[in-house]
Design a protein around this ligand. Structure first.
Ligand code: PLP
Length: 405
């Protein structure tokens, strides 16, 4: 029996809004037609606005987000370049391992899974590097495996404080378009996002937004890495007139048009506020159930995903299996060393209060079915209380809407 909808609460792919899905239901078209740039050029412009990048440029590579990791490294760094990274979850781990495989000289600081970028350790490494051997500093803005958000602006501040010229690379795959991100202001040289998270699109396109400095690094004559499919130069030559060096996903671009319109209509500040409001309800629900988040302190808690630790003796994989098989609801699995220990609720993208309450209520049932001793309804009630309060406060701070009534 498959009545109703299957609920999707994984942190990517996220739910694709009806308007975006319909926008992609178009005939195939000629990617070399004279009209094609009318579709693509505004996409580049509006994507840059989401990154808050006014001075650099943005690429769309047909790949998942991982492709933009690779593109950023290959085009702007050389084999043997020293880079500073940190690892505190499966995504930061994979990024560091890619950097090693591509031949960078990686200093990777291991941090407990549940905390984020270690500013004090970064500062020490930067302060000691008087010869400016470190070419790039990497930050996983939102570690999706643990539900941890790091302080990108803090990394910029410490680079500036030591007048260190290293470039700043940020993995914003599960943050950009959902929580505050400011490329220009934070001096981010390479910012990476994917289509299937905050951008509310199917997987398949990686967005890479770069600064002028990254563009210069790409042109510099030093011995660089081989690059081919992800070559900035090839992309730029075609993109400048609205075209691509190979067949681009044309239907996807219509979906992107609709998704960017949705973000602009809501307003990025409102999108960020909504993600905070929704996340806070989930967190209050989790706390009311007596459960812990994997994020070890409030400063690290992510507004796009919560990794929830199951009680001792309960298998998180059983919670996932029950949620899916009995209640047709997908939660995110615990990745790598967190497998069996946590399940994740993705609360990003096209989401509202009712959806978060559904997630909590089904999580409660699956937890109890899997043997957890929690009180059914306690998490839902706590979230309901918060959502009422938060929406009441939000409507009070909107005098125009009230005056119009
Ligand atoms: C999802 C994700 C990725 C990888 O994206 P793919 O699209 O699966 O390649 C990288 N980093 C973070 C933080 C992510 O959440």
């Amino acid at each position: 029996m498959k009545n109703g909808i299957t609920h999707l609460f994984i942190p990517g792919p996220t739910n694709v809004p009806e308007r975006v899905r319909r926008a992609m239901n178009v005939p195939m078209e000629d990617q070399r037609s004279a009209e094609f740039p009318d579709l693509t050029l505004p996409l580049f412009r509006d994507l840059k606005a989401v990154f808050r990048n006014t001075t650099g440029r943005v690429f769309m590579f047909p790949s998942s987000g991982t492709g933009a990791w690779e593109a950023a490294i290959q085009n702007t760094l050389s084999r043997g370049d020293k880079v500073l990274m940190s690892r505190f979850g499966q995504f930061s781990h994979l990024w560091a391992s890619m950097a090693e495989r591509l031949g960078l000289d990686v200093t990777c600081i291991d941090v407990e899974w549940g905390a984020g970028v270690p500013l004090a350790d970064y500062e020490r490494a930067i302060a000691q590097d008087r010869s400016h051997a470190i070419k790039a500093v990497f930050v996983t803005h939102n570690e999706t495996a643990t539900g941890v958000t790091s302080d990108v602006a803090g990394v910029r501040r410490l680079l500036d404080a030591h007048a260190h010229p290293a470039m700043l690379y940020v993995d914003g795959v599960s943050s950009i378009g959902s929580i505050d991100f400011r490329q220009d202001e934070w001096g981010v040289d390479c910012a990476i996002a994917g289509s299937q998270k905050g951008f509310m699109l199917p997987a398949g396109v990686a967005f890479l937004s770069i600064s002028q400095k990254a563009l210069e690094a790409h042109k510099a004559a030093a011995p660089k890495m081989e690059r081919c499919y992800f070559s900035f130069a090839d992309m730029i030559a075609a993109n400048d007139t609205g075209y691509f060096p190979y067949t681009p996903p044309t239907t996807f671009f219509h979906g992107l048009r609709a998704a960017l319109d949705l973000l602009a209509e809501e307003g990025l500040e409102n999108v960020f506020a909504r993600h905070y409001r929704l996340a806070e309800g989930v967190r209050r629900g989790v706390a009311a159930l007596g459960l812990d988040l994997q994020a070890v302190a409030p400063q690290w808690q992510s507004d796009t995903v919560s990794a929830i630790r199951v009680p001792e003796g309960v298998d998180a994989n059983a919670v996932l299996k029950i949620a899916y098989e009995r209640y047709r609801t997908s939660f995110g699995a615990g990745l790598a060393r967190l497998n069996g220990r946590v399940f994740r609720i993705g609360h990003l993208g096209d989401l509202n209060e009712g959806m978060c309450l559904t997630a909590l209520s089904i999580a409660e049932m699956a937890l109890v079915d899997a043997g957890a001793r929690i009180e059914l309804g306690a998490g839902v009630a706590a979230a309901q209380g918060w959502y009422r309060l938060a929406n009441d406060a939000a409507s009070r701070s909107a005098p125009l809407a009230v005056a119009a009534e």
